[in-house]
Design a protein around this ligand. Structure first.
Ligand SMILES: *Cc1c(COP(=O)(O)O)cnc(C)c1O
Length: 399
């Protein structure tokens, strides 16, 4: 004889320690009972909990990991309302683009700048505002895939502009977008009587990296930068907020004031606008660049520029504390399609076997990678504040 199943409510109440809100515990309890397996409820609750957005330790060595939200954020929201569209001088309605726009214009050496939801949105908006019903000439074999099989030309097509794919041959037309600017010369394009827009993608602001103490890191060589593209004659540049910039997901449009203004007035600008969390974080990041405090305030730059000596010391301390693992030289990458092909010398900890699932099961989960039957935790993408988490995760591995 089977015993009577527990009531949904009793089972749901027994799940309260999962931390899930009661209505979700009720859903889990119902599903477990419906499946004829009430005992599976705690496991189902754990699975639901783990399907929510969860902070993790990124030990993959891919610093801007697209599946982990690209640039790690240091967002701390202020509960107070923000002057998103409020002019403190007049007490009247202000422009949502003013604060962040002026900072990015300053950073890029541009007349004007504005921000939208992401760079794909920036490209869409620019094409719609400047070229709807006209032709956009993409100057390379620009089938630039931006992940998940989305292609930039398809995004541009959605603007109502006609895409003319001319490969490397340049046809005079009324509009131009160049994808990877280092392979196209913006200077040449700029001599034509049409707006030249460079989608530089990754959002390196200035190739001379004045916000860093030393010279530009060698792995940045060849990466297109906003300041230089505009100086070479691009009328607009567009780039992501969460790649080499190190900020939140956003798309920045910078360049000629009249063109930025046309973008800002287009109806799509309303559909693509950013909210207060993104705007305030972008402002914090932009100010960190202007203060030259990116290494302290923008986690991506701290990770990208940490010395191999620092990383080695951390790795040795972690291995000593955990009593497991070997310190090895590794190669990290910027990630998110930024600076493709380049690697950044790094340091990792290797343990035998494929331990990915074990490391993921921890709280917080540690995300590593495997190679040749061993598991590597690369420290370049790990915030030093999380070294203790790594020690803990390693100590718990089954021996
Ligand atoms: C990443 C990238 C995009 C897409 O940017 P999102 O911010 O992800 O929308 C577009 N163009 C280029 C060249 C890119 O590298």
């Amino acid at each position: 004889m089977r015993s009577r199943p527990p009531s949904v409510n009793a089972l749901a109440l027994s799940l309260s320690e999962s931390g899930l809100p009661h209505p979700l515990c009720v859903d889990v309890a119902r599903a477990a009972i419906a499946a004829g397996d009430p005992a599976s409820a705690p496991q189902r609750a754990r699975e639901l909990q783990r399907s929510l957005l969860t902070p993790v330790v990124n030990a993959t060595g891919v610093i801007l990991h697209t599946n982990l939200g690209r640039a790690p954020l240091a967002y701390s929201g202020d509960a107070r309302p923000m002057t998103v569209e409020f002019d403190l001088a007049t007490g009247e309605r202000g422009s949502r683009q003013r604060a962040v726009g002026q900072l990015f214009a300053r950073l890029c050496g541009a007349e004007s700048a504005m921000v939208v939801n992401n760079n794909a949105g920036a490209v869409l908006l620019v094409a719609a505002a400047l070229a709807a019903g006209r032709e956009v000439v993409v100057s390379r074999g620009e089938s630039v895939e931006i992940g998940g099989s989305f292609r930039v030309p398809d995004v541009i097509s959605q603007s109502g502009a006609r895409l003319v794919d001319v490969g490397l041959k340049i046809h005079p037309s009324n509009y131009r977008v160049s994808g990877f600017v280092e392979e196209t010369t913006v200077g040449e394009l700029a001599s034509l009587e049409v707006p030249v827009v460079a989608d530089i993608g990754s959002g390196l602001i200035d190739a001379s990296t004045p916000w860093l103490a030393g010279p530009p890191p060698s792995w940045l060589a060849g990466e297109p930068a906003a300041v230089q593209c505009l100086a070479d004659g691009a009328d607009l540049v567009t780039f992501s907020g969460d790649k080499l910039l190190g900020g939140p997901q956003a798309g920045i449009i910078a360049g000629r004031a009249d063109l930025v203004e046309r973008c800002a007035r287009h109806p799509l600008a309303r559909a693509l606008r950013c909210g207060v969390m993104v705007l305030s974080e972008l402002q914090r990041v932009a100010l960190a660049y202007l203060h030259r405090e990116v290494v302290d305030q923008v986690p991506w730059w701290a990770m990208a520029t940490a010395s191999v000596e620092e990383l080695t010391e951390r790795a040795e301390r972690i291995v000593a504390a955990a009593g497991v693992g070997r310190v090895v030289a590794t190669e990290a990458i910027p990630g998110a399609g930024s600076a493709p092909g380049v690697t950044i010398p790094s340091v990792g900890i290797v343990v035998d076997g494929d331990r990915l699932a074990e490391l993921r099961a921890g709280d917080p989960a540690v995300i590593a990678r495997t190679r040749d039957g061993a598991t590597t935790l690369d420290l370049r993408s790990v915030n030093p504040d999380d070294d203790a988490v790594v020690v803990d995760a390693l100590s718990r591995l089954e021996r």
